[in-house]
Structure formats: structure tokens, C-alpha cells
Design a protein around this ligand. Structure first.
Ligand SMILES: [Zn+2]
Length: 324
């Protein structure tokens, strides 16, 4: 891996960064059993399809019980990303997952922010949060999350987004939540065009105030939509390792990364849920050259695009650009 290429990541989920080793440590500390059939003999997460993955993700997250756990997960992830050459990471946090284990939104933010500060101090990496709602929990819950986020602003919460099961509900159903977050000054991103096709990306762009799309790769199925992405300057948070692990494409040759680049789309690389997909931000950059045959200049461009499309403030972006 080329540590020398500075990396920036806009698409990874807080709970999805917990390594099995850290999950074991937290479970032990919290006095809880590791859920059955979650980790195999080699210590890797077990799941077979997209819904199985979402289930494994929720069960792995269930070991998180205290603000200290939030601190440890954040610090562990940011310092390991920094060791691979990452200079900036935006993590998707989930107030819904925190609430499930009885942790309030502001307590979650405080613990993560403390780890962000410590990771920057020891490893020079800048971390920020994008608070997200969960699509399959429905529009009413998404609006409640948006209300919580906007009522409790935090300087490190720089955006609003949505993950979860893309097959559930229409994008427009979530307009009240996104409009509220946007009006409060939060930039927005939404997962679309991953499990569902190009129409899902189109619906998201029509209905929601988003400037980035999580994944968005299946936009390639509609060339007029690809042109629209280029014209509107929408950034795609592309996560090839995740897409391949989930079987969206059989191999890198079939993955639309290069085609989207060739069409002029703004693209960044993300690891999504790295230990679940046997990847990391460093591995994604490495794969871009080894498997996709991209140049070192393309890697630098991914980072430049990520900084441009990051939701963090301009002075911080200027500071990050100096590291390129
Ligand atoms: Zn994702």
C-alpha cells in the first residue's frame, strides 16, 4: 500500500468500523455475550446477503453500551486510517443505534468528538461526523432524528445523511427530515443507486437537497442521469470493496468505477463498513491501482475531490489541501 498518497474518506459508517477484535474487547468489558453466528472461527463477520449483512451490522453494534465505547471505536478507526495515510475521514453516525443502547445523542457526540481531537493530536488525521437516519426505520423516525440533530448542533457534526435498506419507502417520504437538516445548515448525502437502480438516484436528486450520493454507481444504467450528475456537480461516494463483497458486481471488470470517471463524474473512494467487507480506505486506494489499473494521479484526484466535497468548513479544507 502506498502510504505516501494522502487519502480522504467520505463514506464509512461508525458502527461498521468496529473490528471483530475490538467488538470482543467491548463485549467483555460490558459483560455481554457475543451474539451467536456473528463471527467465524477465523474471527471474521458472518453474513451472506445484503439483509444478512444489515442484521450482522446491527448485532455487532449491540455490544456498544457506553460513551467510552464510542470513544474507543472512533479512536481505533481514525488512528488505523491515519496509519494508511488518511488525512480526513467523515464518519456516518447513527443516533438510532445509540438510542437503542440508551445513549443520548449529545453524549454520543461528546465521546466521538473527544476521540476525534485525540486522534488528530496523535496521528494528524481530521475526523468529522455526518449524522444519519436509517431508511428502513421509516420517514417518521427519520424526521425525529433530524429534529434531534438540528436541536443539538455540534461543531463536528457537519452533515446529514441516510443509509439502510434502499428498497424501503420513496425518497420523497424523507424530504421533511432532509429539508429540516438542510435549513439548519447541514449539507446532505443519501445512499442511492446501490441495491436499487438508477431511478433511485434520480428520485433522491429530485426529492432531497443532496449534493452527494452514497454509492450511486448504478446511475451508470441511465446515461442521461450520468450527464445530470456531471452537470449538477454531484459527488459519488464510491465503495468498490463493499460493492464487490455484497455481490453487486461479480468482479472489478464489471464495476462501473472507470466508466463513471470517464463520463466526468466527481468520485471519491470509501470503505463503507471495512471489517465486514474485508477492506480499509488504504485497501480501496490500493485496489484502484492494482485491480482497476488507475494511475497515482487518479488517486490524488480522489482525495482532492473528497476534500472539495467534504462537509467540513473551508479553513479546515485549506489546511487539508496543504497536505496534498
Ligand atoms: Zn454506506
Amino acid at each position: 500500500m502506498d502510504q505516501a498518497v494522502a487519502k480522504a474518506e467520505l463514506h464509512c459508517h461508525f458502527e461498521g468500523t468496529i473490528t471483530p477484535a475490538l467488538m470482543h474487547r467491548l463485549a467483555k468489558r460490558n459483560g455481554i455475550e457475543i451474539p451467536d453466528n456473528l463471527v467465524d472461527a477465523d474471527g471474521a463477520y458472518i453474513w451472506t446477503n445484503f439483509n444478512g449483512f444489515l442484521d450482522a451490522y446491527d448485532r455487532a453494534s449491540s455490544v456498544i453500551r457506553t460513551p467510552q465505547d464510542y470513544y474507543d471505536i472512533t479512536f481505533d478507526y481514525l488512528t488505523s486510517a491515519a496509519a494508511e495515510g488518511a488525512i480526513y475521514v467523515e464518519m456516518f453516525t447513527s443516533p438510532d443505534h445509540a438510542a437503542e443502547v440508551g445513549i443520548g445523542y449529545t453524549d454520543m457526540n461528546a465521546a466521538i468528538a473527544r476521540a476525534i481531537d485525540d486522534a488528530e493530536q496523535v496521528a494528524g488525521i481530521v475526523g468529522r461526523m455526518v449524522a444519519t437516519c436509517v431508511r428502513h426505520l421509516g420517514p417518521d423516525q427519520a424526521l425525529r432524528v433530524a429534529e434531534t440533530i438540528t436541536a443539538n448542533p455540534h461543531p463536528y457534526v457537519v452533515g446529514f445523511g441516510m443509509g439502510g435498506d434502499e428498497a424501503r419507502h420513496a425518497a420523497i417520504d424523507f424530504a421533511p427530515a432532509f429539508d429540516l437538516a438542510f435549513a439548519a445548515g447541514l449539507s446532505c448525502t443519501v445512499h442511492a443507486g446501490e441495491v436499487m437502480g438508477a431511478a433511485s438516484v434520480e428520485d433522491a436528486l429530485d426529492a432531497l437537497p443532496v449534493v452527494r450520493i452514497g454509492h450511486g454507481i448504478r446511475a451508470i444504467e441511465n446515461l442521461a442521469l450520468v450527464e445530470r450528475l456531471v452537470a449538477e456537480g454531484i459527488t459519488l461516494e464510491v465503495c468498490p470493496g463493499s460493492n464487490l463483497a455484497l455481490g453487486l458486481y461479480p468482479d472489478t471488470a464489471a464495476h462501473p468505477l472507470r466508466a463513471l470517471m470517464k463520463a466526468g463524474c466527481r468520485i471519491t473512494l470509501g470503505s463503507d463498513d471495512p471489517p465486514f467487507f474485508h477492506t480499509s480506505i488504504g485497501a480501496e486506494y490500493a485496489r484502484a491501482t492494482s485491480d482497476f489499473g488507475l494511475s497515482r494521479e487518479s488517486l490524488v484526484q480522489f482525495t482532492r475531490t473528497a476534500i472539495d466535497a467534504a462537509f467540513v468548513d473551508e479553513p479546515t479544507k485549506a489546511r487539508l489541501r496543504e497536505k496534498l
